[in-house]
Design a protein around this ligand. Structure first.
Ligand code: LMR
Length: 328
């Protein structure tokens, strides 16, 4: 079975790279972990690839490896520092070993919606975070939006008490671990590609993610339902290595970064809609989506928001204040 899966994956990767790179072109390998269809990151990565390959033909050539076919997020940054991959877009929860500044994005109920996230990222504080890992060899290039997170489990979740005692997969982030502990649940950090199997076999009971990821990975098939909590966000850092960026001729680098900037603006404006479509697809496929009353939602806020105090030192009280004033 392993061989069969490897063959299928190899075939998929080969068809995805139909416009093979020519001799002399700078090859940009972009590895990510999500699906490509009805997904903000998947769509943005394909658009970036198509534009680079068309507009920079003869100079630069991009290959996109989606669905964790090349690397998991916990391997991709090391691979980048080794020069094995040039571009990635892990969620902001996955940079913990390089910097703690992105922890603000994981704090529950910090941002009321993705527009607030966008405004914070565009501020001086958000823009300076792009440079927070240069000493470690990584350069942030842009923020890409996914959307708001929802909880799902193998039992209905309406109040925080329903989550108590359950095992939840989380991304590898101390804030997310603390968030689940605040619910008296048991956090299990795990790679994205392993979550469906872990939910299916009962290794974990639940998870938190965006509509596009719950749809793309089909988590709803192996969960009792999804509760619309909008309790946090998943956003991405498009990241490269300082060495690779420095190795580009200035005009090549400028053209590449201009295309990336345009793709970022265009696709970020559509991220909300892409998630709404994924939500509708889940409902159409028979997935159960539960709504909270305002009182129930307030119980989740009361249970999880105390986590902010634990991380105020890492993220800075001034950044928390800035994020909160954007929400108003
Ligand atoms: C996750 O691990 O749940 C997400 O970061 C996956 C992704 O890239 O959206």
């Amino acid at each position: 079975a392993t061989t069969a899966i490897a063959l299928v994956m190899a075939a998929g990767a080969a068809t995805a790279q139909e416009d093979a790179c020519d001799d002399g072109e700078i090859v940009v390998k972009f590895a990510h972990v999500t699906n490509t269809d009805r997904h903000p990151k998947g769509i943005a990565a394909e658009l970036l690839k198509n534009r680079v390959n068309e507009e920079m033909d003869g100079t630069m050539c991009m290959e996109v490896y989606p669905n964790s076919t090349l690397y998991n997020d916990d391997q991709v940054l090391e691979a980048m520092l080794q020069g094995d991959v040039q571009l990635a877009a892990p969620s902001l929860s996955k940079f913990e070993t390089f910097t703690k500044v992105f922890r603000i994005f994981d704090l529950p109920f910090m941002f009321k919606n993705i527009d607030a996230v966008d405004a914070f990222q565009a501020s001086d504080a958000g823009q300076s975070m792009l440079d927070s890992m240069t000493r470690r060899g990584l350069q942030g290039l842009a923020y890409w939006h996914n959307g708001m997170k929802q909880f799902s489990a193998n039992v209905p979740l309406l109040t925080p008490d329903d989550a108590a005692g359950l095992k939840f997969r989380v991304q590898p982030s101390d804030v997310l671990v603390a968030q689940m502990e605040a619910l008296d649940a048991s956090p299990q950090p795990m790679a994205f590609s392993e979550v469906y199997g872990a939910l299916q076999t009962g290794v974990v009971d639940g998870q938190e993610n965006t509509w596009s990821n719950i749809w793309g990975q089909k988590f709803f098939e192996v969960q009792d339902g999804i509760t619309e909590t909008n309790h946090g966000i998943i956003d991405y850092l498009v990241v490269t290595s300082v060495d690779w960026l420095d190795s580009l001729e200035p005009d090549v680098r400028d053209q590449f970064l201009t295309i990336l900037g345009e793709v970022t603006t265009a696709r970020n404006a559509e991220s909300y809609e892409v998630n709404q479509e994924a939500k509708q697809s889940i409902i159409d496929a028979g997935g159960e989506v539960r709504q909270l009353t305002p009182e129930q939602r307030q119980q989740w806020v009361d249970a999880m928001k105390p986590v902010w105090d634990q991380f105020e030192g890492d993220v800075g009280a001034e950044n928390i204040e800035a994020a909160q004033s954007i929400n108003e």
